[in-house]
Design a protein around this ligand. Structure first.
Ligand code: NDP
Length: 254
């Protein structure tokens, strides 16, 4: 059975921004593959919610810090795609999975830096590279960065630097994949109320009011402020947007 629907793969789609992104993309009639690292229950709940929208959805375990597993992951996912939809390719990849690190520059350890590099840069680089032969010409890749790549808040030197790296990588990917009409863009959220960093933006009153104070629209962001923007980039209306950084922060630190 070939569904003829487009297919999007969202890393870290079990919770937070990735979850809302997967739902919003599904609302556009696109099949969803999402990944989770350890919260299988949350991933399955998201899958059920998406299936209720009338598209195919499935969750796969993936640790994006472990690039040795990527070949096996790609094989497993593409096997699923072939079986369920009859397709041999997907259309969109959203590199969203990620964890926080709050550590002053003077105290950041080598292990912390390596971990941030693996999840926020190396994983994005090689997962995209391994999936590239299986992304349809004319498709798209969206890398999730952060407002912190533009402005500074002490304690995020490593995390933000890796996001800056991904923003530069995005422009190179956009240029090199242009001949295949694959668009590559960055969505850079401001501070969003998710479980990220122990839920500090959502649960720490001081942090939340600091963010509200430096945001033109006067509040911290929510996952639903972000998912629809990424979903828009997965539509034909956005087909001429390429190599861009779209900040979605309610006007944070402007
Ligand atoms: P959450 O903590 O809410 O969700 C993180 C997601 O990533 C989960 O699905 C989690 O899976 C998955 N994940 C975590 N570690 C790994 C790993 N090693 N390998 C694969 N998947 C992993 O985070 P957010 O939704 O807030 O963040 C999503 C993205 O947005 C990140 O890239 C983050 O840097 C970026 N961002 C977040 C901001 C914020 O303020 N929240 C602001 C700007 C950018 P599981 O459920 O199994 O744990």
């Amino acid at each position: 059975m070939n569904t003829k629907r487009k297919i999007a793969l969202v890393t870290g789609g079990s919770r937070g921004i990735g979850r809302n992104t997967a739902v919003k993309i599904a609302q556009k009639g696109i099949d969803i593959i999402l990944t989770y690292k350890s919260d299988k229950e949350a991933a399955e709940k998201t899958v059920e919610e998406i299936q209720a929208l009338g598209v195919n959805a499935a969750a796969f375990q993936l640790d994006t810090t472990d690039s040795k597993t990527f070949d096996g992951f790609v094989k497993e996912v593409m096997g699923y795609v072939k079986t369920i939809t009859g397709n041999t390719h997907i259309d969109y990849l959203i590199n969203n999975a990620g964890t926080a690190l709050y550590a002053p520059f003077a105290e950041t350890t080598e292990e912390q830096l390596d971990e941030m590099f693996m999840i926020h840069y190396k994983g994005v680089f090689f997962l995209s590279q391994k999936l590239l032969p299986f992304i349809n010409d004319g498709g798209g890749i969206i890398n999730v960065s952060s407002g912190l790549a533009r402005f500074t808040i002490p304690g995020s030197s490593v995390y933000a630097s890796m996001k800056s790296g991904v923003e530069t990588l995005t422009r190179y990917m956009a240029k090199e994949l242009g001949p295949r009409r694959i668009k590559v863009n960055v969505v850079a959220p401001g501070a969003i109320e998710t479980d990220f960093g122990g839920g500090r933006t959502r649960d720490n009153k001081e942090v939340n009011s600091f963010i509200s104070g430096v945001t033109a629209l006067g509040r911290a962001g929510l996952p639903e402020d972000i998912g629809g923007v990424i979903a828009f980039l997965c539509t034909d209306d956005a087909a001429w947007i390429n190599g861009q950084r779209i900040e979605v922060s309610g006007g944070m630190n402007i």
